[in-house]
Ligand binder design. Structure first.
Ligand SMILES: N[C@@H](CCC(=O)N[C@@H](CS)C(=O)NCC(=O)O)C(=O)O
Length: 228
C-alpha cells in the first residue's frame, strides 16, 4: 500500500513510448508504484516469461498495463484517465469541463499527428519514408509549440495529461535525430522541452546516453535487416 492509499503497479518498459506516458504521469503525481518490467516482444530475451496477470488482463498483450488494487487496464490514454479517477493524488486532468475537454482534444491530437510520424521516423527503412515522417513530425511539434505560447504548457495553465502524452517525444529526441529526424524545432517547442525537464516526473522517464544508444542501435539493426 502506498501513502495515498492506493496500490499501483505499472507493467511497462523504458523503450516503450506508451509506457513512458504512464510512468511520467504516475511519477509527476507522486503516486507510489511498482514497476514490473515487461519488454516489448522485439526486446525480450529468449527466456523471458510474461507474467500470468499480464496475459490475463492486457487484451492485446501490449504494455503499458496498470494494476490498481485488484483491477487492471491497458492502453495508455485510457489508463491515464483511469488513474485520475482511481488514485487520489495531484491531478493532471482539470476538474472544469471546458478545460478538461481541451486536454482530451490535445491528447488525441498529439497521439495522431505527432506520435504516428515519430514512430514513422524510427520504423522507417526507406530514406524517402523517413523524410516524410520527419517533415510531418516537425510540423506537428511546431503546432504544439504554438499551443504553449500563452502559459508554457500544452493545454491550459498547468502541466496536464497532454504533457504526459507528449513526454516520450522529448525523452527520445536525440535518438530521433540520430535515426534521421532532420526537421527544425521551433523555439517554443524547445523551451517546452526545457520546462518539462524541470518537472518532478521527468527523472522517472529520462534516458541515459546508454539508453539512447540502445534505442538507436536497435532501430539501425532493424533497418539493416529490412534492407538486406
Ligand atoms: N495503443 C497502445 C499502444 C501500446 C503499444 O503499442 N505497446 C507496444 C510496445 S511500445 C507493445 O506492447 N507491443 C506488443 C509487443 O511488443 O508484443 C497504447 O497507447 O498504450
Amino acid at each position: 500500500m502506498s501513502s495515498n492509499g492506493s496500490d499501483v503497479a505499472l507493467y511497462g518498459h523504458w523503450i516503450c513510448p506508451f509506457a513512458t506516458r504512464v510512468q511520467f504521469a504516475i511519477a509527476q503525481r507522486d503516486i507510489a508504484y511498482d514497476l514490473v518490467d515487461v519488454p516489448p516482444s522485439a526486446v525480450r530475451g529468449p527466456d523471458f516469461v510474461l507474467p500470468p496477470e499480464f496475459v490475463e488482463h492486457s487484451p492485446l498483450l501490449e504494455i503499458p498495463m496498470v494494476r490498481v488494487g485488484a483491477d487492471y487496464l491497458a492502453d495508455s490514454i485510457p489508463v491515464l484517465e483511469w488513474l485520475e479517477q482511481r488514485v487520489d493524488a495531484p491531478a493532471l486532468l482539470p476538474a472544469e469541463e471546458t478545460a478538461r475537454a481541451l486536454v482530451r482534444e490535445r491528447m488525441a491530437w498529439i497521439d495522431r499527428h505527432a506520435f504516428r510520424p515519430m514512430i514513422g521516423v524510427y520504423y522507417g527503412v526507406e530514406p524517402d519514408k523517413i523524410a516524410r515522417a520527419s517533415a510531418a513530425l516537425a510540423e506537428a511539434l511546431a503546432e504544439m509549440g504554438r499551443w504553449t505560447a500563452e502559459s508554457g504548457w500544452l493545454a491550459g495553465p498547468e502541466p496536464s495529461l497532454a504533457e504526459a502524452v507528449a513526454m516520450p517525444i522529448h525523452v527520445r529526441m536525440s535518438g530521433l535525430r540520430r535515426l534521421g529526424f532532420d526537421g527544425a524545432l521551433t523555439e517554443e517547442w524547445t523551451a517546452h522541452g526545457e520546462r518539462c525537464r524541470s518537472l518532478p516526473g521527468w527523472a522517472a522517464v529520462e534516458w541515459s546516453s546508454e539508453q539512447t544508444d540502445e534505442f538507436v542501435g536497435r532501430f539501425e539493426a532493424f533497418r539493416r535487416k529490412r534492407r538486406a
